[in-house]
Design a protein around this ligand. Sequence first.
Ligand SMILES: [Zn+2]
Length: 536
Amino acid sequence: MTKEKIEVFDSTLRDGAQAEGISFSVEDKLKIVKALDALGISYIEAGNPGSNPKDLEFFERVRGMKLVNAKLTAFGSTRRPDTPVEEDANVQSLLEANSEVIAIFGKSWDFHVTEIIKTTLDENLNMIMDTISYFKSKGKEVIFDAEHFFDGYKANAQYALKALEAAVKGGVDWLVLCETNGGAFPDDVYSITKTVCEKFPVKIGIHCHNDGGMAVANTIMAVKAGATQVQGTYIGFGERCGNVNLSTVIANLQLKRSYQCIPSNQLMNLTPTARFVAEVSNISLNEREPYIGNSAFAHKGGMHIDGVMKANHSFEHVNPDKVGNERRILMSEVSGKTTILSKIQKINPNIKKNSLETQEIMNCLKKMEHEGYQFEGAESSFELMIRKHLGKYKPFFQLKHYKIIGEQPSQDGDSSTAVVKLTVEGKDALTVAEGNGPVNALDKALRKALEEFYPVLKEVYLSDYKVRVVDTKKATGARVRVLIESTDGHDVWTTVGLSTDIIEASWIALVDSIEYKLLKEIEKKANIYLVEQRIN
Ligand SMILES: [Zn+2]
């Protein structure tokens, strides 16, 4: 059975760029285009070349890229009221993008026509028709984004449909129904989309925002009603509460319903692509995001873990492998002996449930958790702890001492200087680095000292840093737990440190992060036997 094709239209670089806290450089945009194209996204919308020089530069550079799956789309509005298309600067600048596809947004809600852009209802229809037929005459594929379509339809269905009709008269290829304010319900989206699909002989798309938390449901219902293009942003960011999260929509439609959104062999790149887009966008991916989040397949409670070990589907709706994510078993004393044993056996398969080592590690875990350590979400530190107990660990360097000097007010934003002295492979290494805070300076100095010996550390950087006060009653004398998330652009790992001194807690987590990376690197390069020889 051939699956019905759904065209995925990504607007991370346009609607997504309007999200709070997001700002893309031209380089960032090119990286995202490359990643989304490789994943098999059909359309990539990338802004308006006329709106700023940065966008124009982007369009010039992207022309040099060979896209395999995606069509690049420029975005702009219908011509202004009472202005011929040929004289409209924005319309003309859209041609400069030289893109295969153009998305034009226009008004379909009568109230917006008369009260916001302040023109007549008839002129708005002419604006839609003229602009679209103009781009069609230039040989473009044209998408019409009917802004506020659902609210418009509820206020004045006849006029909202007339706006679509004007686009069809102009020769449009796609009518995209926009749920711009994001407050609609799935049943309404379904029935209105169905009406439109039955009425017009062109392809229909859907564009939802998430203000009511229903963007995914609304999108799926529109597809059910006959829409064959889904617009959104890959990891869901966009103005206000964001656009529909395409990674969720793709997984749902392709795994739970028989639609083809991206090539089947690309589904396993759903999660890596999400992490990559988040990284380039400089935001941390919501860990509870369906399918692609770090916690999407994380199990903690003892009974859940026991169930998942016996049969994965007992507590998982799909297999994480299908979307390139992984199952995580979170470490804590509530996870039970079996779980901890499975972690231990990954390092030494000979150890049994009643081995002395298992008991020792259990006791150590209990003691450390009592002190305020927490290993759930910091499995890398937990793995190092096990290795230390099993003698499967060798330090990569010895700390002699570190010093931090703070300076306020700061010069050029660097308020701290760190001096680190280490011994690596019998040699002393002394480095100094400045940073925008003590942990940043310490991280830089430590890396500077080690990179010479372990160049692979150049790929590693901190992607998140969290501090929790453990015993709040002691206020500033309390212990703090520092969680550091690191990445090398491919893997993400988290380590933990605990101390009454925030710098020391950070240091412990930093050292774990670096040691973990180096251990993984050895395992990757040499085969496992060589590792054992080196450690023993
Ligand atoms: Zn939008």
